[in-house]
Structure formats: C-alpha cells, structure tokens
Design a protein around this ligand. Sequence first.
Ligand code: SME
Length: 151
Amino acid sequence: MNAEKKSGRYQRMKRQLDGLLQTTDDPIARMATIASLLFHKMDGFFWVGFYRCVGGELIVGPYQGPLACQTLKEDTGVCWAVVNGSKAIIVEDVRKFKGHIACDSRTKSEVVVPCFDSEGNIFAVLDIDSTELNNFDETDAEGLGQIIKLI
Ligand code: SME
C-alpha cells in the first residue's frame, strides 16, 4: 500500500475512533477498542496490543492476535527501547534487533509507538507485529501516533 493510501486509512480510522471512544474515558476500554479496530482493519497486522508501564514493569494490556508474553524483561527488546528512548521504533527485520523478545516466532517485523499522558510521561506502548519483513514505515508510526493520542 502506498504512503498516501495508508495515511488516508489511518485518518479514517482516527475519525471512526473519535466517535467510538466517546462512551467512556477508561484507558483500558479505549486501548481494547483501538487494538480491535487496527487488527481487523489493517492488512498484515498479525498482533496488535499494548504494554502498560506499571510499577517499573511492562505488563501486557488489551491485545488482538496470538498469545503474547505477559511481562517483558526490563531493558530488553523493542518495547523497552521505546520506553527508554521516548520515541517510536520501526524494526524491519526482528532478527537484526539485538535483544528482540520473540513472543511468537512467526513475527518478522514490528513497530512500537510510545503513549504519552498529559504530563509527557509514557504510560504504555502500542506494539504491532507482522509476519512479513519490512511491513512498517514512518507513515505507520505517524498514523499510529495520532491514534493513540485518543486514549
Ligand atoms: N517484540 C517485543 C515483545 C512483545 S511482542 O512482540 C508481542 C519486544 O521485543 O519488546
């Protein structure tokens, strides 16, 4: 899918979520709704979910897809790298990311985006996996970054 088409798709999903998320401001409900919409609307999203920052740990939140690790070993893997660096990471080939945590061996590429609260602290990350190599680019990171502001 070209960048323009993909960007348009993210914008339409954001408008749809704007309406859907009016029901409650509960962050878990919002994460669950976002994960479901992304998983079912985007082609090639094999796993879509959140890891929440709780008491210094990263603990799995709402997700769609195969079973995932419940907690992620501190300062290891892509999600922790995003928390520690405070910016999105696109992994073209997970085998080349040192310390990558493989919850499912079918995952080949990945994008992880930080979720910031109103004070600029990270409270969660959105993690999306694909079974295709190089499935994510800046358009995904940007579109997803806009969507998770709705939490
Ligand atoms: N690959 C992630 C772990 C989470 S799973 O992809 C669902 C990481 O390296 O942090």
